[in-house]
Ligand binder design. Structure first.
Ligand code: AMP
Length: 222
């Protein structure tokens, strides 16, 4: 059975940490739209330049640009057994675009994605974001406030630790506005379809992961 997982939650709610762990253990590709867009920007392409003008202001990148990136990615061979979508969809129109993409990709199966909603009190999240640092090479995410990080080398792989350009307080606030306006309505949409599983994202990383795997094993939609 194909495994299709979608992750929704406010910026800094820990989706990246959990989806990376899940991807490693379940051997499913981790498709992180934010990371794909940052790669596009780094390549210097016209799409990347356009994306940058939205990302640097905390806004969503235009529908078709992201849909094309996702569609091309989901058609790759490594997605045959399933995938983990981290950061897509982020609006109702993107959810409808994803329906079309999945209808095309899964035309011979009746796979239904499980949508995980990371529920968390948003007040602490801006602080989490502005203290976030990640490895340029392996993508591991660290928090400068809660972890004792020395220098700018990744404790896991030795790569360079970098802060994202959009993890400043001003842009982080804008990203929250965007989340509440555009993304939060998806919770209702997927709930109505019976695809939604809510996880308490304020718990310890390992506890959230245990709950996540429990929900997958039971294939519970709550
Ligand atoms: P993230 O790394 O998930 O926090 O995403 C960083 C930024 O990339 C967001 O603030 C958006 O500007 C852009 N982005 C990521 N995913 C999407 C998406 N599904 N649709 C539009 N823009 C996106």
């Amino acid at each position: 059975m194909k495994q299709e997982y979608i992750f929704i939650g406010p910026p800094g709610s820990g989706k990246g940490t959990q989806t990376k762990k899940l991807s490693e253990e379940y051997k499913l590709p981790h498709i992180d739209t934010g990371a794909l867009l940052r790669e596009e920007i780094a390549s210097g392409s016209d799409e990347g330049k356009l994306a940058d003008s939205f990302i640097s202001k905390g806004n969503l990148v235009p529908l078709n640009l992201v849909a094309n990136i996702i569609k091309n990615r989901l058609k790759k061979d490594d997605c045959q057994n399933g995938f983990i979508l981290d950061g897509y969809p982020r609006s109702t129109e993107q959810a409808l675009a994803l329906d079309d993409i999945l209808a095309e990709i899964d035309k011979d199966s009746d796979t239904k994605p499980i949508v995980f909603y990371f529920k968390i009190d948003e007040e602490l999240l801006i602080e989490r974001l502005v203290n976030r640092i990640s490895c340029k090479d392996c993508g591991e995410i660290y928090n400068l406030k809660t972890m004792n990080i020395q220098g700018n080398k990744c404790p896991k792989c030795g790569g360079e630790l970098i802060r994202r350009n959009d993890d400043t307080e001003e842009v982080a606030k804008k990203r929250f506005d965007t989340y509440f306006r555009e993304t939060a309505p998806l919770i209702d949409l997927y709930q109505k379809r019976g695809w939604l599983t809510t996880l308490d994202a304020s718990l310890e990383i390992e506890t959230i992961y245990k709950n996540l795997k429990g929900a997958i094993k039971g294939n519970v939609h709550s």
